[in-house]
Design a protein around this ligand. Structure first.
Ligand SMILES: NC(=O)c1ccc[n+]([C@@H]2O[C@H](COP(=O)([O-])OP(=O)(O)OC[C@H]3O[C@@H](n4cnc5c(N)ncnc54)[C@H](O)[C@@H]3O)[C@@H](O)[C@H]2O)c1
Ligand SMILES: [Zn+2]
Length: 345
């Protein structure tokens, strides 16, 4: 929920936590930029800070172990409360560490990136990357609460703002023409532009509605993977050779290619593809993958855990804005054509 006073929003959770059992997970950046705000909100309540390295390359088992270790060393019991103060990498990892330590601790997410606010910190998916595959190990575990406090965005770097905006665009495409047009009308040049809290609430509500209807991703929730089949493959290609890239950029590139597939296979309105392609060229640039990597993208997609059958790639595509369809299998030729469109824009 969006809150205007972090201190009072936290009270019920702090009151239910014994002395010495409050833990705050931060990464290097959120420690420097966001912890001062949380520290003020926590007032006199003593807490133990656990600091992990920032960046998707640290979304690993080793970092999960670091969190388990710190909890153990500081005598966390099953009554402990973990506050995850960070972006989506941190809320995914912290949620997993909390869900598994002593078979489950309570945790509260306080997302600090736009992406985590509108997407990663709600819905209960937690986990980490393994063997180079995104989010391969994880579990569903709901936070006690997700507290969205917009002033935390003040220190967010511009490219991270764009990363979150990409996931917002995805929610717009899954919702209505009006929502999509409102998002397109935002002043993207002014990345410090504060997103109206009503728009943020509407955007998050799209995800929450879908998750409520299908919490464990049996069918409808797969719609939220729109853009992610190709997007994750691009993300893995970047990470495979040690390049960092914000998650939302990959999702945006993936959405361009998957919108192309939607136009090709399901008659989606081509104008929406044109709008998104222009936005990509204006703000996100093109994905930098060489020919060899492009060929490997299909291999990465084969590993996607959303695939129903080995050797077949499943996509969530759109017939129209707000009219998505899951479990679409397309031919290799169609996939090559979509990738060709993306890379030659
Ligand atoms: N669980 C889900 O449903 C779900 C959904 C979407 C994405 N994700 C995951 O979320 C991750 C991407 O999210 P992200 O981009 O927020 O990741 P992130 O946590 O890596 O944050 C991005 C960067 O911004 C920094 N940062 C965050 N907040 C800041 C602030 N207020 N001021 C200054 N710097 C700040 C972080 O330290 C980091 O360097 C991926 O791992 C992705 O798989 C999960
Ligand atoms: Zn995503």
């Amino acid at each position: 929920m969006i809150v205007s006073d972090l201190n009072s929003a936290l009270q019920p959770y702090l009151e239910a936590t014994a002395q010495g059992q409050l833990f705050v997970l931060v990464d290097e950046n959120t420690h420097a930029k966001c912890m001062p705000i949380l520290a003020t909100a926590l007032a006199d309540m003593p807490y133990m800070t656990i600091t992990i390295p920032a960046g998707e390359e640290h979304k690993t088992l080793a970092t999960v172990e670091q969190i388990w270790h710190a909890l153990y060393e500081h005598h966390a019991t099953r009554d402990a409360l973990l506050i995850n103060l960070g972006g989506g990498m941190l809320t995914d990892l912290g949620g997993f560490a909390a869900a598994t330590f002593m078979r489950g601790l309570r945790y509260v997410n306080i997302p600090t990136s736009l992406l985590a606010m509108v997407d990663a910190s709600s819905g209960g998916k937690t986990g980490f990357n393994y063997l180079g595959v995104k989010n391969m190990i994880g579990c569903f575990a709901q936070p006690e609460q997700t507290l969205i406090y917009l002033p935390l965005l003040d220190t967010l770097p511009a490219e991270q703002w764009l990363s979150g905006y990409a996931e917002m665009l995805k929610h717009g495409l899954l919702d209505t023409d009006a929502h999509w047009n409102t998002l397109l009308a935002l002043d993207v040049n002014d990345t410090k532009c504060s997103i109206p809290s009503a728009l943020l609430a509407d955007n998050l509500a799209v995800k929450e509605r879908i998750v409520a209807a299908d919490p464990t991703e049996k069918s409808l929730r797969k719609l939220l993977n729109f853009g992610h089949t190709i997007g994750h493959a691009i993300e893995e290609a970047y990470h495979a050779d040690g390049r960092s890239v914000p998650h939302g950029y990959c999702v945006l590139w993936g959405m361009v290619a998957e919108l192309y597939l939607s136009v090709l296979c399901l008659g989606m309105d081509k104008q929406v593809l044109t709008q998104l392609s222009h936005l990509m060229l204006a703000y996100y640039g093109r994905p930098a993958c060489n020919c060899k990597e492009r060929q490997r993208l299909v291999e990465w997609m084969m590993h996607d855990k959303k695939n129903k059958q080995a050797g077949q790639i499943s996509f969530s595509l759109l017939r129209a804005i707000g009219d998505g369809v899951v479990d679409q299998t397309i031919s290799r030729e169609q996939l090559d054509e979509a990738l060709e469109y993306l890379f030659s824009l």
